[in-house]
Design a protein around this ligand. Structure first.
Ligand code: SAH
Length: 220
């Protein structure tokens, strides 16, 4: 391992210890061992703009161009834990962005489908995921509000941009027992992170989990 890689590796383990598994402040720890393992593994520094590489493992979101951001590591881990997915599951992500969240999920599930509305970001994330060998992620450019009916139903759906209401196509594309994690709220204010669970009878249970701040989900 090169010195630089060794530094990234140590920064990453510190990130997981101090921000996620044993937070130094009062936020709830993430306890799911598969999530922790994925966060320890995925090289976040490969997904950030090279201008911000020194901050790759810091406790904050970072710009990725086109007015978009890679989410704060803790939020990625927390939302992944809420999704409660396992190795046989197929997951849909709306808002590929850098591809980092997709890579975290790819470590835990069978396949990740991810949709990004900004074409150059879709291309860039595809390239990085490919270079890093994530063969179980499929990225496409498009409007994720509509989901990806060709691959539905999904065991879990995670939305990483904020719509002002829960998109009905995403609820429709969830398996019974499946979970949808989505930040909902008006544009450019804080949002409510919602966890929706589809019951076996097709009904939906809703839980308001915490306040979060995401970029808005935009429509084509
Ligand atoms: N999950 C990303 C975070 C990306 S930020 C990561 O790990 O880096 C949210 C992303 O959602 C942005 O890239 C934005 O372009 C995208 N987005 C916004 N509206 C969208 C829509 N309707 N469909 C798909 N992607 C959308």
């Amino acid at each position: 391992m090169s010195d630089a890689e060794d530094l990234h590796e140590r920064a990453r383990q510190r990130m997981v210890d101090n921000q996620i598994a044993y937070p130094l402040d009062s936020r709830p720890a993430v306890v799911n061992s598969n999530v922790i393992q994925a966060m320890r593994t995925v090289p976040r520094h490969e997904f950030v703009d090279q201008r911000y590489i020194e901050m790759a493992y810091a406790d904050r979101p970072l710009p990725i161009g086109h007015g978009q951001t890679i989410s704060q590591p803790y939020i990625v881990a927390y939302m992944t834990e809420l999704l409660a997915v396992g190795k046989d599951d197929v997951v849909l992500e709306i808002g590929t962005g850098s591809g980092y969240q997709a890579a975290v999920l790819a470590n835990m599930v069978k396949h990740v489908y991810s949709i990004e509305i900004v074409e150059p970001l879709a291309q860039q994330s595809k390239k990085v995921l490919n270079q890093l060998g994530y063969g179980n992620v499929t990225v496409k450019a498009g409007d994720g509000y509509l989901g990806w009916p060709e691959h539905a139903p999904f065991d879990g759906i995670i939305v990483t941009a904020a719509p002002d209401h829960v998109p009905q196509p995403l609820i429709d594309q969830l398996k019974p027992g499946g979970r949808l994690v989505v930040p909902v709220g008006p544009t450019w204010s804080t949002q409510k992170l919602m966890l929706l669970t589809k019951r076996e009878d097709g009904g939906v249970d809703k839980e308001n989990v915490m306040a979060v701040g995401f970029v808005p989900l935009v429509r084509e």
